[in-house]
Design a binder for this molecule. Structure first.
Ligand code: 1BN
Ligand code: ZN
Length: 352
């Protein structure tokens, strides 16, 4: 779709393949943000209606009730199935031992062009924390309100908004993804992981059920000259997003050059007036070192050598693992600005 649109492609290092080379990416071209502008105006109007990303978040949000995870799964499958790009949709069910006995989990793996040699994987978890009962600290609703149906834990930032962002990116880029999918060397893969949350105290055995299963499975599945796992050029894991004023840091030297790309994209979009957060607001993507590390779904992939961008705010949202983690406490301009920055990142990574 954008082929021949001119002025929007970043310079390519001769002989290199975008998204798969070991070196730092070339600088963000001046045309990238203009491209977003043009795309948002003409070709991807989904980013124009200001409440759309939030609506998508809410749609997932209300599917993510404990014990009703099939609703979220159906929402994910229907959303991707309705797009023109013909995603290859795969369910990855498995049984794992948990403190509550053996339980069935199901990852959802969406791949645009399964035969493409390399993949940019975007990931989130679509399970919601199951609370044994509403403990007083979890039930506490922070200032600013929040509501739950029947007092259940919702998980708007944890992780409905990250899932909605993945679906929104797939929808906003549907046209260019459809047009490029058959010839692209690097394709897009969306991983909706189950069983991220611990049932009891977080431990290596009680957490990351879906990520551990899928990383092991991909490492054992041949793909081209290597495996499905080694075909992942970069895994971008989104978690705990949607609350106001997130501070997102670079966590890994192997992916730092990609993090710098996010920083540059945010800066450029802000300079061009294409972000909603005020110009003097703290940036979403911060250059200072992270205050700590967070165990999350990226760990089983990182341990097997996959480069990872962990897009998670530190500190966590103040509503984290409380009944206040609801739509009421989301910050729509932040959600939409995150969507804009990530959209340009994916667009450029895949040279759409
Ligand atoms: C992220 C969202 N996590 C749980 N829900 C990961 C996590 C692991 C957070 C350990 C804190 C401690
Ligand atoms: Zn959680």
């Amino acid at each position: 779709m954008r082929k021949g649109s001119g002025g929007s492609r970043r310079a390519r290092v001769p002989g290199s393949v975008p998204g798969s080379g070991p070196g730092p990416p070339p600088p963000l071209p001046g045309g990238a943000a203009a491209l977003l502008w043009a795309r948002s105006r003409r070709r991807c109007p989904r980013l124009v209606p200001p409440l759309l990303a939030l609506a998508a978040a809410a749609a997932v949000l209300y599917g993510v009730w404990p014990g009703e995870q099939r609703h979220s799964q159906r929402h994910i499958l229907r959303s991707l199935g309705a797009l023109g790009a013909s995603w290859h949709l795969e369910l990855d069910p498995f049984v794992a031992a948990t403190p509550r006995g053996p339980l069935t989990f199901t990852n959802v793996v969406a791949t645009l062009a399964p035969a493409a040699p390399r993949r940019l994987a975007l990931a989130c978890h679509y399970d919601t924390k199951v609370l044994p009962e509403m403990s007083p600290e979890v039930a506490q609703v922070p200032p600013g309100g929040g509501h739950t149906r029947h007092g259940e834990f919702v998980g708007a930032t944890d992780s409905a908004v990250p899932c909605a962002l993945l679906l929104e990116l797939a929808a906003a880029l549907d046209g260019p993804l459809r047009q490029s999918k058959d010839k692209a060397r690097v394709t897009l893969q969306l991983l909706f992981l189950d069983g991220e949350e611990a049932f009891g105290a977080w431990s290596a055995a009680d957490s990351l059920y879906g990520a551990r299963h899928l990383a092991r499975r991909m490492a054992g599945t041949a793909h081209g000259d290597g495996t499905q796992l080694s075909a992942i050029s970069l895994l971008v894991l989104l978690d705990l997003l949607g609350a106001p004023s997130p501070a997102i840091h670079s966590h890994f030297p192997q992916s730092h050059h990609w993090f710098l790309r996010l920083v540059a994209i945010e800066r450029r979009l802000r300079e061009l007036g294409l972000l909603e957060l005020p110009p003097l607001a703290q940036p979403l993507f911060r250059l200072e070192p992270p205050p700590g590390a967070v165990e999350d779904d990226h760990v089983p992939f990182l341990r097997r050598g996959v480069p990872v961008l962990h897009v998670i705010p530190l500190p966590f949202p103040r509503v984290w693992h409380t009944a206040g983690d609801t739509e009421d406490n989301l910050h729509p301009p932040t959600v939409r600005d995150l969507a804009r920055v990530l959209l340009v990142f994916v667009d450029e990574f895949l040279s759409l």
